[in-house]
Design a protein around this ligand. Structure first.
Ligand code: ATP
Ligand code: MG
Length: 593
């Protein structure tokens, strides 16, 4: 299946894509000539919130719905939604800017958010950006320890959260956070909780007019912690100029059009949920659906169906959980308006791409980027053929290559196709991170010979498509072969019984490492000898004896980060009886969204 191609033909386009000529658009592209999303900002500045909200609130889209919140307590019979128009969002945003100003919080000060996907989260993010403050979103399921580490590392001045989260996870550690001057609770009034103030009390006292703080493209805007898949999460600092990237990738990679109903399932506690759940859709003036609840297969199909979602951006784990839930659930729903589905965050196995074709009527379009890059770099987009299992080609404005590192610290670029090496990017796109907080050396080490080295292994084929091989840390060395875990996982998930697979190398005195796979099965398939035999045979047929796993273990669940990534390092540590390391981002129950 991996060699198959999903052909795109203009007669199948439901809407003409924004990006139709790969070579010409890339050749003509320059970052200096992209639409100026901050045009009209006083003093010629650049501010993400101005670009995302003000432009629309003052123009023809003022009454258009910006955010549609699907309430967590929607009943089975129907979804309860609350809409905020661009004009309403602008008013609330400006009020919150004034709240911060009344507290003496200004440009460069750090404002942390710690709450579910509710309207206050979006208002806080945008109001703080408008104020020139640096926003750092925390995922609401973090426990006290990860919260404390991040608040301390990020020198938080303000924390906006809920009463329950404050009481359970912040109150006891507050003494140890001298920089934290203000805690604002979204669900209490002033005076109800000592040491805090009420969000809506303050909002009520604030005016809904607040000139934007003068910021430039180089001023810090966002601090994002990485997912912690390979180690302790790193704090990556991003600037307001990133808005240009979010706009361009919203245009080319997500193919946003003004009348879209768009749904990004990622939580803004992670970079995807911020760049593409908050910023890019607002820059494009579309209506963005926000689900306030966690993953639930039936609920997700209902949202896609009832909200008539047109563009959907989600993640491989979520897709695999939908696959696991079986086709009957999907068959009860219709998605006639859905025209583009994209995925990010982990390798997307070929079977998941085909599942999209069968069940949603559209292939899933994989794309690749990282917290550090701030925006989508490599993507499958609507107008171009999809090779299932490939993450696509570099977008306009992005130059990617494959390199080899040498022992003396130098690198060389691999020009021939189909050779595995590390993915490297030429810096220059506007959403590139500017620092790892408190880790200057680590930041500097990312750059060699003018290239940014991503830490991911890939190969590029003769057509310019990139194929993910594995993270540099995860690659398995067995009997002289370098084995990328994704290739093995991809083959395993092609087996009808397999829901999810994770592959690691286990030390072996003879061959260096042997390949071991952890596998979860789809509902209805027994974890017995027959399944094992059939899976072993399938793997050997697909991969050959050298690459196929020597050991397969059935398990009920794989460890994931809260952003939905398989934590292979944890499987390996457990296998070897080693310390588990930083598990602050590990998901403890259910699924990630
Ligand atoms: P940490 O850096 O803390 O270990 P992380 O790398 O998982 O965590 P993120 O920045 O959220 O943190 O994730 C980016 C990484 O996710 C990429 O470097 C890559 O390894 C993986 N990734 C993202 N998209 C894809 C994709 N489409 N295919 C394969 N891998 C992907
Ligand atoms: Mg990383």
């Amino acid at each position: 299946m991996m060699s198959a191609l999903i052909r795109k033909r203009p007669q199948d386009w439901r809407v003409r894509p924004n990006f139709t000529d790969y070579d010409d658009t890339r050749a003509d592209f320059s970052w200096g000539s992209v639409p100026r999303v901050c045009d009209g900002m006083p003093g010629g500045g650049c501010n993400i919130a101005y670009a995302a909200v003000d432009r629309h609130a003052r123009g023809p889209a003022a009454a258009h719905t910006a955010l549609r919140f699907v309430s967590a307590d929607s009943a089975d019979e129907g979804l309860v939604t609350r809409d905020l128009t661009y004009a309403e969002l602008a008013g609330l945003t400006m009020r919150f800017t004034n709240v911060l100003r009344s507290l003496g919080v200004g440009k460069g000060d750090r404002v942390f958010t710690f709450m579910n996907r509710c309207p206050e989260l979006y208002v806080t993010i945008l109001g703080a950006l408008r104020n020139g403050s640096v926003v750092c979103p925390l995922f609401s399921a973090f426990g006290p320890e990860p919260v404390e580490t991040r608040l301390a590392l990020g020198q938080a001045q303000v924390l906006v959260t809920t009463r329950a989260l404050y009481e359970r996870k912040v109150a006891a550690i507050r003494d140890r956070l001298p920089s934290l001057e203000h805690v604002v609770l979204i669900d209490v009034d002033d005076g109800e909780q000592p040491g805090t103030q009420g969000f809506w009390t303050s909002m009520g006292a604030a005016s809904d007019h607040a000139p934007v703080t003068h910021t430039t493209a180089d001023d810090p805007a966002l601090l994002h912690f990485t997912s912690g898949t390979t180690g302790t999460p790193k704090g990556a600092l991003h600037v307001h100029g990133a808005a240009a990237m979010h706009y361009v990738t919203g245009l080319y990679a997500l193919d946003l059009h003004a009348d879209d109903i768009y749904w990004c399932t990622a939580d803004p506690g992670w970079v995807t949920g911020m760049s593409y759940g908050v910023i890019a859709p607002l820059l494009h003036g579309v209506t963005s659906v926000v689900d306030e609840a966690d993953f639930d297969a039936q609920r997700w199909y209902r949202i896609l169906d009832a909200q008539a979602v047109t563009v959907w951006y989600t993640a491989p784990t979520a897709l695999r959980m939908l696959i696991k839930a079986g086709p009957e659930l999907a068959a009860a729903h219709r998605f006639p308006r859905l025209r583009f589905v994209a995925s990010v965050g982990e390798p997307l196995n070929a079977e998941a791409v085909w599942w999209g074709e069968r069940v949603l009527g559209l292939p899933i379009h994989d794309n690749w980027w990282q917290t550090e890059t701030g925006g989508i770099m490599i993507a499958n987009t609507p107008a171009f053929d999809v090779k299932p299992g490939s993450m696509g080609r570099p977008l306009p404005g992005v130059d990617a290559c494959v390199i080899r590192r040498h022992d003396d610290g130098t690198i060389s670029v691999i020009d021939e196709p189909d050779v595995e090496g590390e993915l490297a990017l030429t810096p220059g796109w506007p959403s590139m991170f500017r620092a790892y907080i408190n880790a200057e050396e680590r930041y500097r080490d990312c750059f060699v010979d003018g290239l940014y080295l991503t830490g991911d292994l890939v190969r590029r084929d003769a057509d310019g498509y990139f194929w993910f091989v594995g993270r540099a840390d995860d690659v398995i060395k067995s009997a002289g072969h370098l084995i990328g875990p994704f290739e093995v996982e991809n083959a395993l998930t092609d087996h009808p019984a397999v829901a999810e697979a994770a592959v690691i190398g286990v030390p072996d005195p003879t061959v260096g490492e042997v390949v071991k796979a952890f596998v979860t099965l789809k509902d209805g398939f027994p974890a017995d000898e027959d399944t094992m035999r059939s899976l072993m045979a399938h793997a050997r047929r697909r991969l050959g004896a050298a690459v196929a796993p020597k050991i397969i273990e059935f398990t009920d669940a794989l460890p994931h980060t809260r952003s939905g990534k398989i934590m292979r390092r944890l499987l390996k540590a457990r296998e070897l009886g080693l310390p588990e390391g930083d598990t602050s981002t590990m998901e403890t129950t259910g699924a990630a969204s």
